[in-house]
Unconditional design. Structure first.
Length: 253
């Protein structure tokens, strides 16, 4: 039988190759890394970053202090005059002796003297007239001594606040002829307010104009009140007395 050169070497070569591959495979298995571990989930929380604080403002400069002013001058106080001493009180009059008669009452009313008042007399020459304290009545034929005449006062006079009843008008009919000529010519009317002194007999002794509208009304009203107005006199404690009252006269065309 014949044989090829090198016929025994082929099987050995294949066997060696297989063995070598087996070793390589085993080595690969030995060095294969283990299976990767399962990753564990991690929770992440987002936190907002803190805001940056504003930068502090620089301190303001202090205002310049004003220079201290000089203190104000104290006000001048005017010197008050020294208080005057009150005059010493007058000593009361000495009482009269026990058996002496009382002095005459100075407040007693003087008797009426017909004539002009002392204020109307003069030292210049002219017509001589008797001195008196009233013109109501007929003057005497013989003049009185001026030094003996005292101011006239009503026998009984009472203030309006002291009387029991005030005077009541009985009549005051003023004739049309008394209407002021100026007011008649202008065609105006007027109202005059008077202050009347009514005596204890109800006659108007004095008439003083308090409010006068002009045009001659005031003078005519005062004259007419004395001439034409009559009153029931005022009374105090049942007796007639003189007193003052307001009175208004209206002039109408």
């Amino acid at each position: 039988m014949s044989s090829r050169p090198g016929g025994l070497r082929a099987p050995a070569f294949y066997g060696a190759s297989l063995a070598l591959h087996g070793l390589l495979f085993a080595a690969l298995l030995a060095v294969r890394p283990p299976a990767a571990r399962r990753a564990t989930p991690v929770e992440v929380e987002l936190v907002e970053a803190p805001k940056a604080l504003p930068a502090p403002e620089p301190p303001r400069p202090e205002p310049a202090r004003e220079a201290p002013r000089s203190p104000p001058r104290p006000p001048r106080v005017a010197k008050l005059p020294a208080p005057r001493e009150a005059p010493p009180p007058r000593a009361p009059p000495a009482p009269p002796p026990p058996n002496a008669p009382p002095p005459p009452d100075a407040s007693r009313a003087a008797p009426p003297r017909i004539g002009i008042s002392m204020e109307s007399t003069t030292t210049a020459g002219g017509v001589a007239a008797p001195v008196g304290n009233t013109l109501y009545g007929r003057p005497p034929e013989r003049a009185e001594d001026p030094a003996a005449v005292k101011p006239y006062r009503a026998e009984r006079y009472a203030a309006p606040s002291q009387v029991t009843t005030l005077p009541e008008p009985l009549g005051c009919e003023i004739p049309k002829a008394e209407y002021p000529e100026e007011a008649r010519r202008l065609g105006v009317e007027g109202e005059v307010r008077l202050r009347l002194l009514v005596d204890e007999e109800g006659r108007v002794r004095e008439a003083r104009v308090v409010r006068d509208p002009g045009h001659g009304f005031g003078a005519v009203a005062a004259r007419a009140a004395r001439a034409y107005c009559r009153f029931r006199p005022a009374r105090k404690d049942g007796a007639a007395v003189a007193t003052e009252i307001p009175y208004t006269i209206r002039f109408e065309l």
